[in-house]
Every structure is written in C-alpha cells, then in structure tokens.
Design a protein around this ligand. Structure first.
Ligand SMILES: O=C(O)C(=O)C[C@]1(C(=O)O)C=C[C@@H](O)C=C1
Length: 356
C-alpha cells in the first residue's frame, strides 16, 4: 500500500475515535445538565468552561496550534451546553459585525443568535429576559470607550458576566475584487477613521460615506457593484464578497473588548475581573480615598474612566475595572471600605478575564 493511503487510513481511524469521544462527552454533559436542572441551576458555568479550556492548553505539548485548539474546544463545549438548554444570545447587528464575531468566539456556532439594531436594544432584550445573554462592544484600543455601553450598563438591570477580545482587521470588499470598479467606499465611522491614510493613498478620488456598521456597508456592496465596503473577513463570507485588499488599517494591534451581559454571576475562576461604578462627594481627596483602598491591598486596576452623571452638570460617575472576583475575601473587604468613601457604588459584575 502506498504511504499516503496508509497515513489516510490512520487519520480515518483517529477521526472515528474522536467522534466516539465527542458522543461520550455530549452524553456526560447532558447528564450534568439533568443534575443542574434538578438542583435549579442554569446550564452555564463560565468559570468551569474557562477551566476546561485552560487545562487543555496547559497540557498541549504537541505541534497542534494553540489558537486552533482553543477554537475547537470552545466549539465542543458550546455544543454540549446547547444540548443542556438552548441559549438565545443578542448582539449588535446586523450579521457579520465585530460584535457578531465576538459572540461567535464566546458562544460558538450552535447558539441561537438575535442581531439587533442598537446597543440599547441588546440591553433591553437581556433585561426583559427575551435573550439570556447579550454581546456589546465596550472599548477599542485605538478609539477608546464605547460610551453608550458604559451609560447603558449603569441604567439597565443586567450584569457583566464575561469579556471577549477581538482583534480588529479591516478588508476592502466588493463584488468583483477589482479596484477599478469602485466608485464609493462605505463603512462605520470608526472603521473609516482607522483606514483613512490607506484610503487616501490608494483610492484618492473615490467618495467615502459613513453608515451605521461595517456589516451594513457590506450589505450595500452586495447589491451595488460600484460600492466597496471596509469590513471584516466574516462580512466577506456572509455577503459573498471578494477581497480587493486585506488589512488596510493604518494601525496594527487594533483590538476591541466586548462585554457579555446577562443576569448571572460566574463563580470565581482564579483569573477574574470585577467591574463597578461609583460617585464621590465634591471635595479634595474623595477619589484618592477610593483608589487608596485598592492600592493598600495591592489590587490591580485595569481601567478607570469618568462619565457625566447626567442627573446634574459637572457631576461624574467613575467606571472601574480591577483584577479579582467579588467573592475573593480581599476584594470584598476592599469594596466594603470603598463603599464608605462613596456617595453611591454599584457592582456591575465579576467574570473570568478574556484572553488577549
Ligand atoms: O461542567 C459542567 O457544569 C457542564 O455543564 C459541562 C460543560 C462542558 O461541556 O464542559 C458545559 C457547560 C457549562 O457551561 C460548563 C461545562
């Protein structure tokens, strides 16, 4: 037998074994689902999921690429969780936005997705429990905070229960893949801003127009041959577009952080983050007293940002993210002290940290 045939036979045998193992894993997850239902627990245990992924990544000594291993394992867990209870997830649509990519990364392909028109629609869908989770952008490494998300999280009765980082890379897409056919370029203002130099250099006389999302631009390009969209590779696949040019952003290392919002709190995973917001009285040292409480306990802050309180001019809400889980004794004691220095303090959630 030829060597190639022999190797293929071995792969076929291994694939059959993988399939058997997948079925067995699926049955075990269903049995766990039954126990959770009897005990009145929801199917999702984000901390356990992160632990399963981390254990396998730690064990990975072979040549199989880490990114691919992570994607395969997450997809298997997602299918098992979906078998326990179908999960409806809302995201900032339309299909093929970066929020959609974040949702797919977190919840996999076997989940029921609801694309919605605005960030507030996603919050409303989750608050009213029409969707169990929502995925919204919170911060971009170049453009900064998505203020509508911070404002909404302080107003709606939802919690932050996860985070996902998605590398942002823009492609120029149209129906033919030919630059000469382009009369107009459409995209979201952030995407256009991130590709401004490239567009000016490579398409100097072509009109550039802003639309509500990169995915909407791709939808336009799919029906108008004179239009090109600045959008994601997922948009190219979803709307059957050709790539005119890849990675046209002016800055590399562009990443967006997304929040997963819902009504549950993952248990501590050992690698968590906590988000909160607070207001302090208008006097010297008020903010310092809050920050000192974290500093004295050596609790690392990963972000702090102020937003107008809106109830009164020149009053602010401070949004803060720190390392740790609200159930960690050090952090819970810290928050007790912080509360004494604040006019108002609200905990927004503790969740496993996303992988950068
Ligand atoms: O361990 C559990 O609690 C399970 O339900 C199994 C499992 C998995 O497939 O590994 C599935 C869903 C949960 O979110 C966590 C893990």
């Amino acid at each position: 037998m030829k060597e190639l045939e022999k190797l293929r036979q071995e792969i076929d045998q291994l694939d059959r074994r993988l399939l058997e193992l997948l079925h067995r894993r699926f049955e075990l997850a269903k049995a766990i689902g039954e126990i959770k239902r009897r005990e009145g627990q929801g199917p999702l245990d984000l901390s356990r999921e992160r632990e399963v992924v981390r254990k396998l990544l730690d064990l990975n000594r072979g040549a199989f690429p880490e990114d691919s291993l992570r994607a395969v394992v997450l997809e298997i867990i997602n299918a098992c969780r979906q078998a326990q209870e179908p999960t409806r997830v809302a995201y900032l649509g339309p299909e093929a936005t970066f929020s959609h990519m974040a949702a797919l990364e977190f919840f996999g392909h076997s989940t029921e997705y609801v694309p919605l028109e605005s960030v507030l629609d996603v919050f409303e869908e989750v608050e009213s429990e029409r969707a169990r989770f929502g995925v919204v952008p919170v911060e971009n490494s170049i453009e900064g905070t998505v203020s509508i998300t911070l404002d909404a999280v302080s107003q709606y009765r939802v919690k932050v229960c996860g985070e996902v980082y998605v590398p942002i890379s823009h492609h120029l897409l149209n129906q033919t893949g030919r630059k000469e056919d382009i009369r107009k370029v459409l995209s979201h203002p952030h995407a256009l801003a991130q590709c401004r130099r490239w567009l000016r250099k490579n398409l100097p006389s072509v009109a550039v127009e802003e639309v509500a999302s990169t995915a909407l631009a791709a939808r336009w390009a799919a029906v108008d041959p004179s239009v090109a969209a600045v959008a994601s590779p997922l948009a190219a696949r979803t709307y059957h577009l050709q790539v005119v040019a890849k990675h046209i952003e002016d800055y590399r290392g562009n990443v967006t952080r997304f929040w997963v919002i819902g009504k549950e709190t993952p248990s501590p995973s050992g690698r968590d983050k906590t988000s909160l917001f607070f207001s302090v009285s208008d006097r010297p040292g008020a903010l310092y007293a809050v920050l000192r409480a974290f500093a004295e306990r050596r609790i690392n802050l990963t972000k702090i940002e102020s937003r107008p309180a809106k109830s009164e001019p020149w009053r602010y809400l401070f949004f803060l993210d720190c390392e740790g889980h609200v159930e960690d004794p050090g952090l819970s004691e810290c928050l007790e002290e912080v509360r004494r220095h604040c006019l108002h303090l609200e905990w927004l959630g503790s969740y496993p940290r996303g992988d950068l």
